[in-house]
Design a protein around this ligand. Structure first.
Ligand code: PLP
Length: 450
């Protein structure tokens, strides 16, 4: 309970929400209709890419018929362009001339900057300090007025709504403005045209705009299709709202799925989606890293953490009820900093048991370390790093402790390496050698919806 605000704080927070953003009134939230989505689809189609939704190579490995909706292939690398373009197109002339302002961790900011530039509408974006550098840079390239302020989204939003009032700009909430939700729902209309006989669609969920839009479109056309929302364990605000029966301020921690790091789901998104979501799944960060790695290796797709959450849920065994069924994963974004991608891939390899670290005490006489290297090479393992430790070794002075980082083919190969080291050296210690595939998913972190 300590993670969540007390009742009084919550009420004042609700009041703040409305004072800041007249399109998101907690007391009278707007339910998005199917007609809103079809109207959005018609209006935005000339400015949005029709992205592929094709069968995945991951189908055999997962035992499901998996299709990938590749919306990371939009111009600015995410589905957010759908809502952003629609919201801009719906502005009356005098509001277009004044310009818009948004608070965003990056994808909404890029989307609105890009379409603002195309439609000749001035755009200001407030991005919190935690926003990824690459996303900040992109907005600057798209000629937006970029303000970096606030430790998180809630603070950035306060800055943005204050500036909106002072400067007469229109504030466009990236997940809860009704036009944003309607725009995001257009992705579902495309999916239903592109793939037949779908059993489930898995939707990465942050503030809930994408989930709400997809639900409205899909349930109107084929109510049998299950809609699964997926969140990271570090920002599970929709699951928390379901548990509490209303949007609630949720603690956010640093996550690979930074696009989903919204502390409280939107009221319009909530009221639109809450009764129709079939299941919410909370995924562990390690599985997100493995999902990013699989998408790079097997699909040649670079997808950010938020976009990879659906696959993470499947790999973790949290959607096993869909084995043998047809499941569409929305790959919602691809904007990941290159350095973070490198770290994710390393984490993914470690979680997979393919990047291993061990210490061994070996002879310090000539040839001691070369023998260790030969042994490792003899089974086809490659060495990434070797560090020697002489001063603090407690065994004889003719010994040296060596720390080694190796890359192996798979977990079984890592076990073979461990056997070999134990057979040749008396003092060997492997750190964290395990494969996430062989550890059971945490079933407490999967919450069934209503
Ligand atoms: C890549 C990506 N996927 C999913 C989402 C979730 O969208 P929503 O906030 O509408 O739930 C976001 C939100 O920014 C995102 O950037």
């Amino acid at each position: 309970m300590e993670n969540y605000l007390l009742r009084d704080e919550l009420n004042s927070d609700i009041m703040d929400d409305f004072a800041e953003d007249p399109f998101c009134n907690p007391d009278h939230p707007t339910r998005i209709s199917f007609e809103d989505i079809t109207s959005a689809a018609y209006k935005i189609r000339s400015g949005i890419n029709l992205t592929q939704c094709i069968k995945s190579h991951l189908s055999d490995m997962t035992g499901m018929d998996i299709y990938l909706k590749k919306d990371f292939l939009q111009n600015t690398g995410s589905f957010k362009e759908r809502g952003a373009r629609y919201a801009l197109l719906m502005l009356p002339k005098e509001k277009r001339d004044k310009g818009v302002i948004a608070a965003s961790l990056g994808n909404h900011a890029q989307a609105i900057s890009y379409h603002g530039l195309l439609l000749n509408i001035p755009v200001t974006v407030v991005m919190p300090l935690i926003a990824p550098i690459m996303k900040i840079q992109k907005c600057r390239e798209l000629k937006a007025n970029v303000i970096i302020e606030g430790k998180d989204m809630a603070e950035a939003r306060r800055v943005a709504t204050k500036l909106a009032r002072e400067q007469g700009l229109t504030y466009v909430n990236g997940y809860d403005h009704p036009h944003i939700i309607a725009g995001q729902g257009t992705i579902a209309l495309e999916i239903l045209e592109q793939v037949n006989d779908i059993d489930a669609i898995v939707v990465p969920t942050g503030g809930g705009g994408l989930l709400a839009g997809v639900i409205v479109a899909v349930k109107a056309l084929n109510s049998k299709i299950k809609i699964i929302g997926v969140e990271s364990e570090r920002c599970a605000s929709f699951s928390k709202a379901l548990e509490c029966g209303e949007p609630i301020q949720t603690n956010i921690e640093g996550t690979l799925a930074d696009g989903l790091a919204v502390p409280k789901v939107g009221y319009n998104a909530w009221v639109t989606a809450k009764d129709h979501v079939d299941k919410m799944v909370i995924v562990q960060e390690e599985w997100i890293a493995v999902a990013i790695l699989r998408l790079v290796e097997m699909e040649k797709c670079i997808v950010e953490g938020a976009g990879a959450c659906g696959l993470a849920a499947i790999l973790a065994g949290q959607l096993d009820e869909f084995k043998g069924k047809r499941v569409v994963l929305i790959l919602s974004g691809g904007n990941i900093d290159t350095t973070i991608l490198g770290r994710c891939l390393e984490r993914g390899l470690a979680a997979d048991g393919r990047l291993v670290k061990f210490k061994a005490t070996v002879s310090d006489r000539p040839g001691g370390i070369s023998e260790l290297c030969k042994l490792i090479g003899s089974i086809g393992v490659s060495i990434k790093d070797v560090i020697h430790e002489r001063a603090w070794v407690t065994s004889d002075v003719f010994s040296v402790e060596v720390k080694v980082v190796c890359e192996t083919r798979d977990y079984a190969h890592s076990l073979e390496l461990r056997e070999l080291m134990f057979a040749h050296y008396k003092k060997v210690k492997f750190e964290n050698l395990r494969s996430i595939k062989h550890s059971k998913p945490d079933i407490t972190s999967s919450i069934a919806g209503i």
